[in-house]
Design a protein around this ligand. Structure first.
Ligand code: FPP
Length: 267
């Protein structure tokens, strides 16, 4: 019998939701487009960057909840290649929040056996950010319980471009592989990780925003009007309950009396 008390306090709405989760059918990989920080701050008459600061609390809570649930991979969209177009002070604040998060949280991530992954063109960031990332990656290298991918200077299109470039480089070096889905998957930043099962987007926007374009092929989408700084365990439980009610057909139909389509995922 699973101890649910670490996920929700008995008698709360959270607990009712947790009881509805089938722990044998959890999404293996959850991705989150954390949106609405600016609107959250503006609604309170505060500067936009306060929304990002508050958003870090939601990051902490979501990482903790996913690890407790038993999610294998959580990917958070923290900074896209398009986000450079924001005001300089906002970009500077976001970079500092990231450095601070890595420095402050790495001990707790390692204690909880959570491995950090950073996806995107993060080596092009400011050297101080790159150093903080490298140190955190090294510290959590051997952790196994969950992988936390932070998408930084990320673009789904750039990821596919980078994969193609690396394939061509390897070809030139004599390391040739068939060009098929399996090979391209191996050259993506998320190589070795399962495709995205559940994509959560906050703040009600119905867009992919260049996030995990390859890995999202068969994902279930769940959009909530909740703004990211307000996102907590209850919202995640709702997303998972809803995900588990979906019929994931992968383009097929269930045969009468046969195995459910969900078990027949290609490749
Ligand atoms: C989108 O909200 C949010 C971002 C571009 C940044 C997300 C960053 C954090 C939550 C903090 C740092 C992250 C980590 C992993 C420590 P928005 O600003 O576009 O909101 P708006 O649409 O309301 O303007």
């Amino acid at each position: 019998m699973r101890d649910l008390s670490r996920l929700a306090t008995p008698g709360t709405p959270e607990e009712l939701l947790v009881r509805r989760i089938d722990f044998d059918r959890l999404p293996r990989h959850v991705g989150v487009i954390m949106d609405g920080n600016g609107r959250w701050a503006t609604a309170q008459g505060r500067p936009r960057v306060d929304g990002h600061r508050e958003g870090v609390k939601a990051v902490r809570a979501t990482v903790e909840t996913c690890a407790r649930l038993g999610i294998e991979v959580l990917t958070l969209y923290a900074f896209s290649v398009e986000n450079w177009k924001r005001p300089r002070y906002e970009v500077w604040t976001l970079m500092n929040l990231l450095k601070e998060y890595l420095r402050r949280e790495i001990d707790s991530l390692v204690e909880n056996d959570i491995r950090l992954g950073v996806i995107g063109r993060w080596r092009d960031l400011d050297p101080s950010v790159v150093r903080a990332i490298e140190a955190a990656l090294e510290r959590s290298r051997d952790c196994r319980r969950m992988t936390l991918n932070v998408a930084l200077n990320y673009s789904g299109r750039c990821e596919i471009v980078d994969a193609c470039r690396r394939i061509v480089t390897d070809w030139a070096a004599g390391k040739r592989a068939d060009i098929d889905e399996e090979t391209i998957g191996r050259y993506l930043y998320t190589s070795g990780q399962p495709d995205l099962d559940l994509l959560v987007r906050t703040s009600g926007e119905l867009r992919l925003s260049n996030f995990l374009l390859w890995q999202v092929a068969y994902s279930e989408l769940w959009v909530t009007p909740t703004l990211w700084p307000d996102f907590r365990a209850k919202d995640l439980f709702e997303a998972i309950v809803d995900y588990q009610a979906r019929d994931r057909r992968y383009g097929t139909v269930a045969e009468e009396g046969g195995e459910p389509a969900q078990e027949r995922r290609p490749g």
